[in-house]
Design a protein around this ligand. Sequence first.
Ligand SMILES: [Zn+2]
Ligand SMILES: [Zn+2]
Length: 294
Amino acid sequence: MSEKKIVTADQIKKAMAAVKAQRPAYEELLGFYEKLFLAQEDTKGHIDIEPIQVPKDLLSIKLKERLPLINRADFAVDTKASEALLRKICQLAAKANEALAEAGSKVMDALHKGRLEASVLFSKILSEDDTYFDEVAQELEIDRNILVFFAYTSITPSVCLCAEQLATYLDKDTPWNKGYCPICGSLPDLSIFRGEGDRSLICSFCSYEWQALRIYCPFCDNMDQKTLHYFFSEEEKNYRVDVCDKCHKYIKTVDTRKMDHPVYHFVEQISTLHLDMLAKEQGLESGIPLCLQT
Ligand SMILES: [Zn+2]
Ligand SMILES: [Zn+2]
């Protein structure tokens, strides 16, 4: 990447302050997310995981066949650090909206009484075990999506660090140019313009950022200019929604060349929910279901 991704607490605070000033309606929601993102970044400093090894022969097949390096289930998670973060997130949720507060308190209680095992919760989010989340949410009488949200946001620091480590295996000289993440195979949830207008996509699961074609739908590989377009609001020309007429899906794009605040992908995702609403009004579907609580 031509520009270094931001990771410091100070930069998250700056990005948050800029977005709050632009969009006061988001202030309350962003208050919760700011604390969450700072807790996640802080957790990164305490993570202890072994590097994931990709054997040489397997690596050459993966690179040649354009296959992702690992499956979601293969990510290494520091259970101790993630559980501490889960507890912190439950505490932060207590000061957020009613649904989050209630779920946070029930999850804390379940952890305390041994009705919920954090390590199992983390392995199930990696293996995408929908039945587990349905059952546990029902048992604890909480919203299933909030449980998924808690689980995912708790393992995010481990997952992002694994992705950074695994990225060293990738062939930097050959652009990936695919719609799925070269690290874990997940679909992107944000598109970014940087530098000379180079486009990259950000993985919805591991946050890895990879180079992509400028006129391209990552969800159906459409490259036909006539069926790809975008819309944006006059008041915020640094954001746009890229739409594909073939699969009727969209992805939000952030143009960093028109931004005066640091770009932190999670902040951009949460502060552009109005664009998701606009897209939905037009009958469009997000390329991937958004794992966010509002
Ligand atoms: Zn990924
Ligand atoms: Zn498409």
